[in-house]
Ligand binder design. Structure first.
Ligand SMILES: Nc1ncnc2c1ncn2[C@@H]1O[C@H](COP(=O)(O)OP(=O)(O)OP(=O)(O)O)[C@@H](O)[C@H]1O
Length: 241
């Protein structure tokens, strides 16, 4: 398994926001984590990325506890946060080239120009980052996440602000990473269509617990409804009762 989460708990002060979360993922698997605002999706991802220390449970990412991940481990993990800190005065190509160089001791980084093509930013290569549109910045966030050709990629709401074409191209890119490079991908999204199109498995997290898990068709069949949207709404409404 590329990713194992077993009995994960997280507490902020007196409030427990993750209760006994367990799931795993294999190579090349795309998993979508869905759930209402505040369900604990970002918290889960940040623990797996090694940014937050969990309260309890076992977590392994590429065979390593993220709390103890070293530089080599970090170089194999790609991360797209909800918002990347800005380097406004850097130019797009320059930043990607620079960040790619960090990975050079461990992996062959994606050449900046190829990566710019892949995320649809070739025309903005020489632009300063602060002049990019919201969607263009988000594409750059994605490029930053994959520049080191990671074995596992964490994407926190990657397509928020994308136009439909950018979204389509991003979906193709994610599929390519999973299929051609065997990259394992865990993404959070509020876009059910995105989850249906991309994910081999969907996890629904509500109030810190996984309340359903399966393919889109399995979730739809289990709820005995006609669409993933209806299945999702039935699940989270049941949880609210
Ligand atoms: N540093 C913190 N201190 C205290 N509470 C926090 C902290 N970070 C998050 N929380 C709380 O933990 C819960 C889970 O938050 P989290 O950001 O993981 O949710 P989410 O599922 O990613 O939500 P969204 O869909 O809105 O991004 C929320 O109730 C949030 O208010």
């Amino acid at each position: 398994m590329v990713l194992t989460v077993d009995g994960l708990r997280m507490r902020y002060g007196d409030t427990e926001v993750l209760h006994d979360v367990s799931f795993d993922a294999g190579a090349g698997e795309v998993i979508a984590l869905l759930g209402p605002n505040g369900a604990g999706k970002s918290t889960t991802i940040e623990i797996l990325e090694g940014f937050r220390l969990r309260s309890a449970g076992r977590v392994e990412v590429l065979g390593v506890d993220p709390a103890a991940g070293d530089e080599r481990w970090r170089s194999r993990v790609g991360i797209v946060l909800q918002s990347w800190r800005d380097h406004g005065n850097w130019r797009v190509r320059e930043l990607l080239h620079h960040l790619g160089s960090y990975y050079a001791p461990y992996a062959t980084p994606w050449p900046a120009d190829e990566l710019l093509d892949a995320v649809g930013l070739a025309a903005q290569a020489k632009q300063k980052i602060r002049t990019l549109s919201g969607g263009q910045r988000r594409r750059l966030d994605v490029a930053i996440g994959i520049v080191g050709r990671p074995d596992i990629l964490f994407l926190d709401e990657p397509t928020a602000g994308f136009d439909p074409e950018a979204r389509y191209e991003f979906h193709e890119l994610v599929r390519g990473l999973a299929v051609d490079q065997g990259t394992t991908i865990l993404l959070t999204t509020h876009d059910l269509d995105e989850a249906r199109k991309l994910a081999h498995r969907i996890l629904v997290l509500a109030a810190g617990r996984i309340i359903a898990s399966g393919t889109a068709s399995q979730l739809i069949a289990a709820a005995d409804v006609g669409s993933l949207e209806d299945a999702y709404l039935a699940l989270v409404r049941q949880e609210h009762r």
